[in-house]
Design a protein around this ligand. Structure first.
Ligand code: GLY
Ligand code: MN
Ligand code: MN
Length: 436
């Protein structure tokens, strides 16, 4: 475990040179009154340390003579540990997490300046931890005020999360192993959901069975609120009530995935609960599937990030024109964003420690950054035809038979040397499999 995190820290240290980077753990989150949410570590902090406690600060000071990696942590405390769980503590943290020095978090003000005063820059992200934000500013201002006496000190603060964008975008083998595990569990849940979803059952029953599998298989739980949307509910992109009784003739859209050791799966499938597509459902399903397959084909090393979205948008827009849902020249419709009446979201996002994972998409000149080997991206086009759809001027009124249909297909795709690998291939999506 140690070499992995120290390799990652080494890469950050190479990026910051004479600088010092300070990373904060996530705070404990109070849900209501004094009931706490389950703790969820900050992704950057976890990526660099593997340390899974709140109230911690990690310092990377590559130029420091003795202490290049410093941790500030909660001290051992018998009483507090009885109430809210085990703490690694100062002594153990040094050994277990490979820090050159570890201090109690209460001693931050005392010890932090020695790691900042020789740095030329301070890397820090001003996040939700206001106490730490204030402390960092205070130390920085103090060092600036005394700069003339030393001739050293951070002359600027740069955002530390930007440093992490490129690193986290390219997954290392350990991350890929965790993503594969999260995906395998989620695939099992999706395949089971398709077996048990029937007219007469409630959406929440399917949600419960899937989340049961997540936990049973050792996942932490859902990576995001599970969407189990039948019938017209599938037209609501973030539908999470999951309380409707499914009926014969419904499509069921399930967007669900688990988090395993903080790594997330994100999978969507749509299928008829009664086992049979209506003519309109089949036509739209085939269109979304074609768009998704073309988009997946555009996920290649070196391909600019926008191309897979453009491929999906073009296929969907051509199909919408053919079906009479849109009217006009395909290029013009896309340029004027008319397709957004039925396909209103992006085609995908990076996936990893966060569901919408780190990774800068554009260069300063606005061109799109290319995919690189080791990127993991979701590919998730869809069509959503609201029951109350009203065309904008110049667009046709649509036939009622299309109304209330929502379809999305989402896979998780790894960019490889030779092209890509669909990590979610264990969940079928062919027309035949969905109607089984
Ligand atoms: N389930 C979240 C997303 O698809 O982005
Ligand atoms: Mn999703
Ligand atoms: Mn997604």
């Amino acid at each position: 475990m140690l070499p992995l995190y120290s390799q990652r820290r080494q890469r950050v240290m190479e990026l910051i040179g004479q600088g010092t980077a300070v990373f904060a753990s996530a705070p404990t989150v109070v849900m209501h009154h004094d009931v706490e949410h389950p703790f969820r570590q900050d992704s950057n902090f976890y990526y660099l340390t593997g340390f899974n406690e709140p109230e911690a600060v990690a310092v990377l000071a590559p130029h420091h003579e003795e202490h290049r990696f410093v941790l500030f942590v909660r001290p051992k405390d018998q009483e507090k540990e009885t109430w809210s769980g085990y703490r690694v503590g100062v002594e153990q943290a040094k050994e277990q997490y490979g820090a050159d020095a570890v201090y109690p978090i209460a001693e931050l003000d005392e010890h932090l300046p020695q790691y900042l005063e020789k740095a030329d820059r301070l890397y820090y992200h001003f996040g939700h931890n206001q106490t730490l934000n204030t402390a960092i500013l205070k130390h920085w201002q103090k060092l600036l005020a005394t700069y003339h006496k030393r001739g050293t000190g951070p002359v600027a603060i740069e955002d530390a999360t930007l440093l992490m964008q490129h690193l986290r975008r390219v997954k290392d083998p350990e991350e890929l192993a965790l993503l594969r595990r999260a995906i395998a569990i989620s695939a099992k849940a999706h395949n089971y959901a398709r077996e048990i979803a029937r007219p007469g059952r409630y959406e929440y029953e399917i949600q419960a069975e899937m989340e049961h599998i997540f936990r049973l298989e050792g996942a932490q739980g859902p990576a995001y609120p599970s969407i189990v949307a039948s019938g017209v509910n599938a037209c609501i992109l973030h539908y999470i009530e999951n309380n409707r009784r499914m009926e014969e003739g419904d499509l069921l859209l399930i967007d669900a995935g688990c988090a395993y050791d903080y790594y997330n799966a994100d999978i969507t499938r749509t299928f008829p609960v009664g086992g049979k597509f209506t003519e309109e459902q089949r036509i739209l399903y085939e269109l979304v599937l074609a768009a998704q397959e073309r988009a997946i084909a555009a996920v290649q090393p070196g391909a600019p990030f926008n191309e897979f979205h453009d491929a999906a948008t073009r296929t969907l827009t051509e199909g919408m024109v053919e079906l009479g849902l849109l009217k006009g020249n395909v290029d013009t419709l896309i340029e004027e964003k008319k397709h957004k009446a039925f396909f209103m979201h992006g085609t995908g996002h990076f996936l990893g420690l966060d569901v919408h994972d780190a990774g800068i998409l554009r260069n300063p000149d606005k061109t799109w950054k290319p995919f690189e080997v080791g990127n993991v991206v979701t590919v998730e086009p869809g069509i959503y035809i609201s029951p109350t759809y009203e065309p904008v001027e110049g667009q046709p009124q649509i036939d009622d038979r299309w109304r209330g249909l929502g379809i999305r297909i989402e896979d998780d795709v790894l960019v490889t040397e030779t092209g890509h690998e669909v990590l979610t291939a264990a969940v079928p999506k062919s027309l035949e499999a969905m109607a089984g």
